[in-house]
Design a protein around this ligand. Structure first.
Ligand SMILES: C[S@@+](CC[C@H](N)C(=O)[O-])C[C@H]1O[C@@H](n2cnc3c(N)ncnc32)[C@H](O)[C@@H]1O
Length: 440
């Protein structure tokens, strides 16, 4: 007693997808029952097991020929002979008759996975290419070569079957070597790439074709922001559109957010709701590292004024009557960088030599007054060593070579595996003062 409710297989279609081709009529047997008997039916064993059980479909429907009369109970067989004897006997005794019923399914009924399987040739059906990630309203997929002939059909199906999706793109293999955003081609929907993406209770607006964004890093963004104290100044060397910078500023930090991509800097400057707590620059990371600390001593950032709540959070607290007045906070000077964030894993280690002698040209006594302790550096990197001990050795060797001194202490965090032989790590260490004051 099973019904084949899968969509018709229609290989060889070309875009645009003709949705009207996806129809299926399934002949069923139905039993008429008065409304008064319907409630107990589902509990009656021989019937319960004979009802159709298809996702998103009701098994008890009005009779189309008499909508206000008996209900039709849809059975998962097309003839009486297919019913178990007990069920047939029960229906003959208790129902007002058995009648044929045609179940009509169309394009709207099936899910994305089933529909994609239905348009693919048999050899490609085993693995589904329907998985996608969302950035704002854009669904992005990464189609393997063999699926490319079907890319527009696949895109259309993903668009139709997911309400929140307005645009579907295929990520192309080429990534912008400098600014790290990937090239993409439109498969379906609006050619609109300016997204509003939400992460950590913040909204990021950016052009997805022009800047780097990776939602898979959200736990890493959160992990580092958790390490910052609200009164800290954070210097984000490769800030992108601000997934560390904006949540940190929301927490109360002042942030120097830098990115060499003018588009990232432009969208960073939107920094909704965090006001002047984020200072944006568009410089090469090496220049930024060399100048940021001295600039901050000369031109401190606004005093710590407490964490900034999101509008959502404020509204919620106002509704509950728990919105407290802003806390009394001492005016702390914001002239010391507590953390450098360096998320450019492909090459961030190469930039570490910029810390050599970073304070050497400044008045040592002045600097020591501000920097009772040196800033922390959080440097992201890739390694091809997948065994943890080898990975540690490899990263440490490259870091010490660049800063020119052994580290006094460090911690290493595995961020994620990016490929079978490539892991992303974050090494965190305090800048050794002999490196910062090295005047060689
Ligand atoms: C991997 S992304 C990280 C962005 C962001 N921090 C994040 O976590 O999503 C690296 C960023 O570094 C920027 N970038 C690349 N080369 C740079 C350089 N030499 N100086 C400053 N920024 C650079 C890119 O434009 C990109 O936005």
């Amino acid at each position: 007693m099973t019904i084949d409710a899968s969509p018709p297989i229609l290989t060889g279609l070309v875009a645009p997808l003709d949705k009207t081709l996806f129809r299926k009529s399934i002949p069923l047997l139905a039993a008429r029952f008065p409304v008064t008997k319907i409630g107990s039916l589902r509990k009656t064993d021989p019937i319960r097991r004979s009802l159709i059980d298809l996702p998103r479909l009701r098994s008890i429907v009005p009779d189309p020929s008499d909508p206000s009369g008996d209900k039709l109970v849809l059975l998962k067989v097309s003839t009486e002979e297919d019913l178990p004897p007990q069920a047939l006997e029960f229906l003959r005794n208790e129902s007002n008759g058995l009648v044929p019923y045609t179940l009509e399914l169309d394009y709207d009924y099936w899910g994305a996975d089933e529909m994609i399987q239905a348009i693919l040739p048999e050899s490609l059906r085993e693995r589904s290419p329907a998985g996608f990630a969302m950035t704002g309203h854009i669904a992005h997929i990464n189609l393997k070569e063999e699926y490319l002939p079907y890319k527009y059909l696949i895109g259309q199906i993903i668009l139709d079957k997911n309400l929140q999706v307005k645009t579907v793109v295929n990520k192309l293999d080429s990534i912008d070597t400098q600014f790290r955003f990937f090239k993409m081609e439109l498969l379906a929907g609006e050619p609109n790439y300016i997204v509003q993406h939400h992460e950590a209770d913040c909204t990021f607006t950016f052009d997805f074709t022009q800047v780097y964004w990776n939602s898979r890093l959200h736990t890493e963004h959160e992990r580092l922001v958790d390490l910052f104290q609200p009164e800290d100044v954070v210097a984000d060397v490769f800030a992108g559109v601000g997934p560390f910078a904006i949540p940190a500023a929301r927490k109360g930090c002042a942030v120097l957010a830098n990115d060499l991509n003018p588009q990232s800097a432009k969208y960073l400057a939107y920094k909704s709701q965090v006001g002047d707590a984020v200072k944006v620059s568009c410089e090469d990371g090496r220049t930024f590292i060399r100048d940021a600390a001295a600039r901050l001593i000369a031109d401190p950032l606004p005093v710590f004024s407490g964490p900034k709540k999101s509008r959502n959070q404020e509204n919620q607290e106002r509704r509950k009557g728990t919105l407290a007045p802003p806390p009394e906070i001492p005016s702390l000077p914001r002239n010391k960088i507590s953390h450098f964030v360096m998320n450019l894993p492909d090459s961030a280690i190469q930039f570490l030599d910029a810390f050599r002698g970073v304070f050497a040209h400044l008045d040592k006594q002045e600097v020591e007054k501000v920097y009772s302790e040196m800033p922390m550096i959080h440097c992201h990197c890739f390694t091809r060593e997948t065994e943890p001990e080898q990975a540690r050795k490899d990263i440490l060797e490259r870091v010490t070579e660049k800063i020119g001194q052994p580290l006094e202490g460090y911690s290493l965090h595995l961020v994620r595996s990016v490929a079978p032989n490539k892991d992303m790590y974050c090494i965190s260490f305090r800048l050794p003062s002999r490196v910062a004051f090295n005047d060689e």
